[in-house]
Design a protein around this ligand. Structure first.
Ligand code: ARG
Length: 581
């Protein structure tokens, strides 16, 4: 149940009652407030059309408000310049929270009419090591897939891997030189960079090899069976390696979600022909191009989207156009999300505009570029290793876990070593993912081990620790033979209890916001607020040593609901919630 929606309905009714049906479309403008629980800004917005001072309008609104069941009469106040403030009634909060307590989804309903949402994320290139940019795409995409899926949407992940193109010529020749078995074992061990660099070196230094590589591209593109078999070896080994990284990262992607660039090869000539027939694309200097009024280069000359190069080759754009057509027609998607970096903004803007013109993207479907900024090093430049190379995801994960193990042992020296190692895996990987998810995705962020592994602040370890601490309270209660059920009466008598209860009711609107804005950091902000409200509650309100049995039971139930919501939230981040830390 979304309290904001309930209050907005009441405010809307009051607007109509006080000012007439012609104002039924006016915005109630209800939101959380630091002065009360909620605040409505409707009067401020009505001041202009009604030509009256907002404070007077706010008073009239308050007189016409029916908040029965939500607030006590004293819970509605007016303050300058024209706010209507709401303090929710205790009875309402208690019963609202009871329904969260009884529901394993913490009161979040599933959407009534699920939409098919394609989420295009991760998309590593087979020829290269997954780099930091792919971590962002993988982690953000996974969080969105989990959240939208939880809300009941039909999520179809698509891993648009780079498994085609000219680099494969040199890679396949290098594979030929090594022998398929040795190459496969090198690749699946994650030596993608070395493999690529070795091939590159030969390509640059050995003209005969370079020529063979060029011939190999031609063979690959013409569908030569032996070449395709080698290509499959290469792609298969790389995918096996990526999939070990996905498992370790705890993301949902599986082999079934892989639909790489090569999948669309056979569709490309038809896509090109279709665009040309419809007049969406035209041949310019030998290349098939789409022109736009809105995309111009620095010199003011139009920048076209190239569908087919003058040598007949198809590139990234053609593949993406074919993918849109496939996703809307074959997968019946009505929402298409592309989780890639900000540098691809123009590419997707052009691809989406072309797809609209060509009818690949019907009016009922919308495509959105869920773009993100870069990960920066401490020097505020692109995050690189000391020797200036891209950071290997696998190395990053190892380091995260090693550092987390140190942090966990310091925090809790009593944890047995085996458990400390297991917990470190959860905490290290969780911290890495959480650092990424908790920052506004559009912005660049600075990669900082100490900050992401801190047990204070808006971090993964802080939330996991809050969760583990509640697990320990529950264990102690169980040892003492104290039992609570979801039917235990809730008593929200003190301010910290009220504040915690208010936060516990916020999961639904927060998830709706994440779904609308595709901004996972909003959920992190909420989980942090919730954990903070819990900390204030816990520090001020004895639980196991509460003054009477009813209070103790109620507070224990509050702990339990908090644990569930935190656990759910961590799960939607793709993070583990260890019971002990
Ligand atoms: N392979 C691409 C890259 O590494 C990402 C693919 C994104 N998805 C897409 N449909 N273009 O940049």
């Amino acid at each position: 149940m979304d309290v904001q929606v309930l209050l907005a309905e009441r405010v809307r009714a009051a607007i109509v009652k006080a000012f007439g049906a012609e104002h039924s479309g006016a915005e109630p403008a209800v939101h959380r407030s630091s002065f009360a629980d909620y605040q409505a800004d409707a009067a401020l917005r009505l001041a202009k059309p009604l030509k009256k001072p907002p404070l007077e309008l706010a008073k009239t609104l308050a007189q016409n408000l029916d908040t029965s069941g939500l607030c006590e009469p004293s819970g509605v106040t007016v303050s300058p310049p024209g706010f209507v403030n709401f303090t929710l009634g205790r009875a309402f909060l208690e019963s609202a929270l009871a329904s969260v307590a009884r529901d394993e989804r913490a009161g979040v309903p599933r959407v009534a009419a699920p939409a098919t949402v394609v989420i295009d994320y991760s998309g590593p290139n087979m020829a290269k090591e997954m780099h930091v940019g792919h971590i962002r795409s993988t982690v953000i995409g996974d969080a969105l897939a989990r959240t939208l899926g939880f809300l009941g949407q039909r999520v179809v992940p698509q891993n648009h891997v780079g498994d085609w193109g000219t680099p494969f010529g040199m890679l396949l020749e290098h594979l030929e030189d090594l022998g398929a078995d040795r190459a496969a074992s090198e690749l699946s061990m994650g030596s993608l960079n070395q493999f690529y660099q070795a091939a590159r070196q030969k390509f640059d230094g050995d003209p005969a090899f370079a020529e063979r590589a060029r011939q190999r591209v031609v063979l690959l593109q013409s569908g030569d069976e032996q070449t395709l078999a080698r290509w499959r070896t290469f792609v298969g080994a790389s995918l096996r390696y990526f999939s070990t990284l996905y498992r370790r990262l705890g993301v949902l992607l599986t082999d079934e979600d892989v639909r790489g660039e090569s999948f669309y090869n056979s569709m490309l000539p038809d896509v090109a022909a279709d665009l040309e027939r419809q007049g969406v694309a035209r041949v310019d200097a030998g290349a098939l191009c789409v022109f736009f009024d809105e995309f111009k280069g620095k010199d003011g000359a139009p920048v076209p989207l190239i569908v087919q190069k003058s040598d007949g080759g198809f590139g990234y754009a053609a593949t993406d156009l074919a993918a849109i057509r496939f996703r809307t027609s074959e997968l019946s998607a009505t929402r298409l999300l592309y989780v890639t970096g900000a540098p691809q903004q123009q590419h997707f803007a052009m691809v989406f505009a072309t797809a609209k013109r060509a009818g690949f993207l019907p009016p009922a479907a919308r495509a959105e570029h869920v773009m993100f900024g870069s990960i920066l090093g401490p020097d505020k430049k692109m995050f690189k290793t000391r020797s200036g190379e891209n950071v290997k995801l696998a190395d990053l994960l190892d380091e995260a876990v090693a550092r987390a193990e140190k942090a966990v042992r310091e925090k809790n020296p009593d944890l047995d070593p085996g458990e400390a190692r297991r917990v470190a895996e959860d905490v290290g990987i969780g911290a890495l993912k959480y650092a990424d998810l908790s920052s506004d995705r559009i912005k660049d962020y600075v990669f900082d081990w100490d900050r992401m592994l801190a047990f204070e602040g808006n971090t993964g370890p802080y939330l996991q620790y809050a969760h583990a601490r509640i697990c320990s309270i529950a264990r102690k209660a169980a040892e003492a033979g104290i039992v609570v059920t979801d039917a235990t009466p809730l008593v929200l008598a003190t301010e910290p209890e009220r504040k915690l209860a208010l936060e516990l009711g916020m999961l639904e609107p927060v998830l709706a916001l994440v779904e609308r804005t595709l901004e996972p950091h909003k959920l992190c902000g909420y989980l942090f607020d919730l954990a903070s409200a819990f900390t204030s509650f816990y520090e001020s309100s004895p639980v196991l040593r509460a003054e009477d049995e009813a209070t103790r039971a109620s507070r224990l139930l509050l702990c339990q609901i908090t644990k569930n919501v935190l656990g759910l939230g961590l799960g939607l981040r793709g993070m583990a919630a260890p019971k002990r830390m």
